[in-house]
Design a protein around this ligand. Structure first.
Ligand SMILES: [Zn+2]
Length: 292
């Protein structure tokens, strides 16, 4: 039986190579459901979504990973958030007409931002930023991994309007190499993987096609799903940060404050009574402390 929306890890026996393969169908369609993205944006966002799932699986980490591509070009922002429980949400912002030619503009002044936000309270978030480079989402990420993480990484990504998928292999840095040629062989075999195969075939079939001559250990697949972490409390906190003056002026103009989540489309409404609650709950800041 085909497993949709799954992440499958594998490793080469007796060699410092490990990898993952991810396939997203329902999750990806759920992300696409609310916004009509231009095809090129859809393609980039799908690849970045698959990539985020691959990357969180390489980390021993509880919390969320946010992957962003930002630029001043027509492709303003691509954001994907994936949690260590393998839930995903994603969205994009763009301006005007965008097509394939935009990738070079995106690169021109764009940057890739990776944020790790630990689930445990009190743990510091980590953020890495690098200029975008390469000619695809996969190349930009491989550049990031080599530059910032210093781990040899190969990534293949694909996305259309129904599915998004990706495959990643890494050379484990601090392990005996064992079969020293395995990394080069794995990279070569991965480069033969076609985008169509990645989108249409089950992970196990792909692994068999690529690596049937290798001594491969394949782990049980894990399920991925769409989930948006927005909530009324989070929206209330965001409104508090905007400040009373700003909120009061919206209330005066529109009679209420309407906020729509950019990831899932859920609407949050604050009428004047709800809005007044925002300020009641704000405790006065003690003397000697400043608000940042
Ligand atoms: Zn939401």
């Amino acid at each position: 039986m085909l497993t949709t929306d799954s992440l499958t890890r594998f490793m080469f026996e007796n060699a410092a190579v490990r990898g993952e393969i991810v396939s997203l169908d329902d999750t990806w369609r759920e992300i696409l459901q609310r916004v009509e993205y231009p095809p090129f944006i859809q393609h980039l966002l799908g690849e970045l979504t698959a990539a985020a799932a691959l990357l969180i699986a390489t980390l021993k980490f509880e919390g969320s990973l946010v992957l962003q591509m930002q630029s001043d070009s027509a492709v303003r922002l691509l954001v994907v958030e994936v949690t260590s429980s393998l839930t995903l949400r994603a969205m994009a912002k763009w301006e005007g007409d965008v097509d394939e030619a935009e990738f070079d503009n995106l690169l021109h002044n764009g940057r890739l931002v990776m944020t790790l936000d630990p689930a445990k309270e009190g743990r510091q978030a980590y953020q890495g930023v690098v200029p975008l480079s390469g000619h695809s989402v996969a190349e930009a990420l491989m550049h990031y991994m080599t530059q910032s993480e210093q781990i040899d990484t190969r990534i293949v990504l694909a996305a259309d309007d129904q599915s998004a998928g990706g495959m990643l292999i890494q050379r484990l840095p601090d392990q005996p190499a064992g079969d020293a040629d395995a990394w080069d062989r794995a990279g070569h075999l991965l480069s033969t993987l076609k985008q169509d195969e990645l989108l249409k075939l089950d992970a196990r079939i792909i692994l068999h096609r690529l690596f049937h001559e290798e001594d491969l250990r394949v782990f049980d697949s894990e399920a991925l799903s769409f989930r948006c972490s927005c909530s009324r409390t989070r929206v209330a906190n965001m409104l508090k940060m905007l400040g009373r003056e700003e909120i009061d002026s919206v209330l005066e103009e529109q009679g209420q404050v309407d906020v729509q989540c950019e990831f899932c489309g859920r609407r949050y409404r604050f009428d004047p009574v709800d809005a007044a609650q925002l300020w009641l709950e704000t405790l006065p800041i003690p003397e000697g402390q400043t608000r940042h």
